[in-house]
Design a protein. Sequence first.
Length: 301
Amino acid sequence: MYSYSVSAKGKIANIIIMIFLFMVIVGLIGKIYSDRAKEQSVTEVEDNPTTEANIEGLIDSFEVSGGAGDDVPIISATLSEQTSPNLNLATDPQFVIYHTHDCEAYNMTSTSVYEEIGEARTNDDNYSVIRVGQELTNQLYQQCEIKGLQDTTSHEYPTLSTAYSRSLTTASAYDEVYEDIVLLDIHRDAYTKNSWDPAYVMIDGKKVARILIVVGKGEGYEERGDYTQNLAYAKELTETLNKIHPQLARPVKIKEGRYNQHLSSKALLIEVGHHKNTLDEALAATEYLAQALNETFFSNP
């Protein structure tokens, strides 16, 4: 009887040990997969970061395609997709366009259909504010022979609310490398009846999205920048736009935030239309925005 009792207890102990070892193994496997997932997440966020080191030589690597004519280059650059390095700017770029909220898009039409990831938001660069930034880059070169670049780095992943912390890294790198650069963060706004009526203006028979320049005071930040100088440029740009059409630009909006404008006295956040505008209306606005930018920043420095 005694020997049987010991044998039974031994079997129970062995079972308990096996269960414990099984749980340990399962835990180790789970930790391995968790670590791999974290590593992948960090890679996605930090892949191709904008730094001074990888901006060196960027001017020699541009994506070039035909514009108004084969001799008119469309100048754009990204840090992750540099192709056709056959354009060499003789001087430093005069402006950089980037996008803190790169997924902002416009009202869909029969000729502008995209996959939404939220209301009027898309990952498709052909239909978002990135397309508007590209056209503005083109217009500045084609109309005014002002050379610059567009950085299409995505800043919204993994959380929209922290996009400005990532776009600050992008904008800072250019500001450190290029002296006196004009930094333009191109967005589109959300439509409200009180602030965006009329929703567009008619210029030469075309519907043109209206434009809004936002200036941040940097309240609550230790480093606030030259708010008064940015505001002066914003007001001048707005006045120049409204010389083209009296309602093309809304009055400058002053907000408490900083919006990366502490980096430079020539750093502006520009809303090209709103989510009820069409992409065509926003693209039409870039022609006049380029003219006004030229007069404000480049013709009379």
